[in-house]
Ligand binder design. Structure first.
Ligand SMILES: [Zn+2]
Length: 465
């Protein structure tokens, strides 16, 4: 498998540190608000990379942090008269709901929170102090950029130009204009923790370095995030981590391109964002996932309601293809494969190999999806009730297998048994109350969702159609 590494600006063969294992760190949200569509892109993209690694047999350790202490969280808490922790909890809960809708493998994700790692952060900063790579000015501790061997290597920025550019707004405390804060002195009334430098809280960059190190080790396989994090966030993470450990921090740096609305980056500061929660009002979030994966992750993506509607139609075509196969599965029989049948299988296999080839090429999900469409189109026009059951089953299984990698077409249980039984009970009650309109309404509703009810002397039976 080849991945585009921002460090080298090239596609490189992926070689894990340890055979058969991959550890990944993705910068997660600052939990002071709902996540928006722009935030969803790295989450969906790198979740898909994780799924693909699992598909290829890797054991994946996957971390997405929560920044749960930060100026914006503190401001929101003060405004609402709550603690920073209450704000963080609220938006972590909301994140989990969105994650579920987006099909993120969230139950398999480690979600460390910055404030659970305060001791380790202090220890890390202390290590940098001892290495003379950090200095304390009146309770604010800064990283000394001049101690980093190759600052700018990720974002390809020139350190002298950066120094020059930053000179105007230099804070007098710092030795170099682009030194950044590791530990921030607290103002009165702000949440704070004791440290050797007085009461304060961690800066943003340091938490990722610390949590990545604690959970995944000094050197990790893949560090990922949106391309807007390359500088300064990821550059600063590298500077801190490599200065302390003397080892490379991450072997592969992956960055997704941004989502745009009318050629402007979707962001809170532009005010042109849609929250994932907004989208959920009108669309199943699987549509948003499908929309994100329909382009290569390093291509800019233009967002509009129209493009979501297109994605919805595309996804529906795949669902219909899957349903057609389910229909044929029930109506075909097992028989000896003729040579034409073998040809059908070969063709399906070829589409599957295309899928793998595309995903191996820097996670080309756009062409991966095209391969699934190929299978659907091919089976729609070549399979019928005379096709051997084995061929249908084989094709059906491949569609499920490849969709699972992309995290789509997962709604086969879109109505669950519990819900069906509940509705049957509600219908029985309506009938007892002679409310036939409601009873019939429930039956029709179930029928629309692919469930047929049959009234027998032993009670109501149901089956899927
Ligand atoms: Zn980060």
């Amino acid at each position: 498998m080849r991945l585009y590494n921002t460090l080298t600006r090239r596609k490189e063969k992926f070689i894990p540190i340890e055979d058969g294992k991959v550890n990944m760190y993705v910068c997660g949200p600052t939990v002071y608000d709902y996540i928006h569509v722009g935030n969803a892109r790295p989450l969906v993209t790198f979740d898909t990379l994780r799924r693909y690694f699992i598909y290829k047999g890797y054991d994946v350790k996957y971390v997405v942090n929560f920044t749960d202490i930060d100026d914006k969280i503190i401001q929101k808490a003060q405004k609402e008269g709550l603690t920073y922790r209450e704000i963080a909890e609220r938006y972590i809960d909301e994140f989990k709901k969105d994650a579920k809708g987006l099909g993120l493998y969230d139950e398999k994700t480690w979600h460390p929170r910055a404030t659970d790692y305060i001791d380790e952060i202090i220890e890390f900063v202390d290590g940098l102090m001892k290495n003379q790579a950090a200095y304390n000015v009146d309770g604010n501790v800064y990283f000394d950029i001049s101690k980093s061997r190759d600052y700018g290597k990720l974002s390809k920025k020139n350190i002298d130009e950066l120094m020059e550019g930053a000179r105007i707004k230099v804070s007098e405390e710092k030795k170099n204009p682009i030194d950044f804060v590791l530990w921030k002195k607290s103002k009165a009334g702000e949440p704070s923790w004791d440290s050797p430098w007085g009461c304060g809280r961690p800066g943003w960059h340091i938490e990722c370095s610390v949590m990545a190190r604690e959970l995944l080790g000094d050197t990790i396989d893949i560090h990922a995030g949106g391309e807007d994090l390359q500088f300064p966030h990821h550059e600063n993470e590298i500077a801190q981590s490599e200065t302390l450990s003397g080892k490379p921090f991450a072997n592969y740096w992956l960055h997704n391109s941004m989502i745009y609305v009318d050629d402007k980056k979707m962001s809170k500061s532009e005010g042109n964002f849609f929250t994932v929660k907004d989208i959920k009002e009108e669309f199943d979030l699987e549509v948003l996932r499908f929309f994100i994966l329909s382009s290569h992750y390093r291509s800019p993506l233009n967002f509009s309601k129209k493009s979501l509607l297109q994605a919805e139609r595309g996804l529906e075509r795949l669902y219909n293809g899957k349903k057609n196969l389910e229909y044929l599965l029930d109506r075909t029989v097992e028989k000896k494969l003729e040579s034409e049948d073998e040809k059908l299988l070969e063709q399906i296999d070829m589409y599957k190999q295309n899928f793998i080839k595309n995903m191996d090429d820097d996670l080309n999900t756009a062409d991966g999806i095209a391969s699934i469409f190929d299978i659907v189109r091919y089976s729609n026009s070549n399979f019928n009730e005379k096709t051997p059951n084995h061929v249908i089953q084989y094709t059906y299984d491949i569609i499920l297998e490849l969709s699972e990698v992309l995290g789509i077409l997962s709604k086969e249980d879109d109505i669950l048994e519990d819900e069906i039984l509940e509705l049957i009970e509600k219908r029985a009650e309506a009938r007892r109350n002679k409310d036939y309109e409601l009873a019939d309404g429930i039956r029709d509703d179930l029928y629309q969702r692919g469930i047929v009810l049959e009234d027998t002397k032993d009670g109501v039976k149901w089956k899927r159609i």
